[in-house]
Design a protein around this ligand. Sequence first.
Ligand code: MLT
Ligand code: MN
Ligand code: ZN
Length: 298
Amino acid sequence: MLGTAAGGGLPQWNCGCAGCTTARRTGAARTQDCLAVSADGAAWYLVNASPDLRGQLLAAPELAPAPGSRETPLRGALLTSAELDHTLGLLTLREAAALTVHATLPVRYALHAGFPVGPLLAPYTKARWHTLTPGQAVELDGGLRAEPLALGDKRPRYAADLPGEGWEGRSDWVVGYRFTAAGSRSCAVYAPGLAAWTPAVEAAVTGADVVILDGTFSTDDELAGRTGGARTSRGMGHLAVRDSLPHLARLPGPRYLYTHLNNTNPLAHPGSPGTEAPARDLAAAGAAVAEDGMLIEL
Ligand code: MLT
Ligand code: MN
Ligand code: ZN
């Protein structure tokens, strides 16, 4: 787990709330949502490229280049959305000799037309873009298999008014992944943006060893309560922890971890006042909050 915070991170640069202030004082920070995954421990793939990517890569010894060379263990990146907190880091990878990016069609479109990372990277590195289709697994280096799972039609704000037909309402603006490894029965599901608990989500989670899911908000009205605005968690494409937790409790078996925690979420601040009850609810369902730097071996 390279990073476990939602956009803005923890502390957020312009936020002086109790949680951000404590994080500033204690150093209990979270960087923005990003994962590295490998089937053989040698070939690694990023899942998302956060704005904090440079520091995240430097903090992970597994991702260091071979001594005396520029050979990186990173073989590419898979995107779960075109949101800025998942894609700004692609520009940080421009020093790479080559860069392979896997994304769904609407995400590729947004990264060409709205936030033109594709054209921006082209003069710097040999970027190769591959289109992912939900339900169709791709075979990656090191025996890694990634099956994209359509999770939602919420598009980034910068892509709200892009020209062209057919982008509205597509369920693959946001995806998750079901990862398996050749010659192994191990399975990990990664879904940092989960709009609703659908039968497809339920099927993907069933039989998984570890499920890492959307922990942006603790409750549907969390953000409205903090900011006085009207935006609900669900309206922003994030199923609140309180609303996914009953499903986890119903489906015991996998290890459940919540990630992409917003700085308003009390679960992002373990031990601070008011976090005891929600933490107890999590533990009762066999779930926990992911932490930056966590290494999960299956
Ligand atoms: C989200 O997860 O909903 C987005 O990343 C929000 C944002 O930071 O724009
Ligand atoms: Mn986000
Ligand atoms: Zn804050």
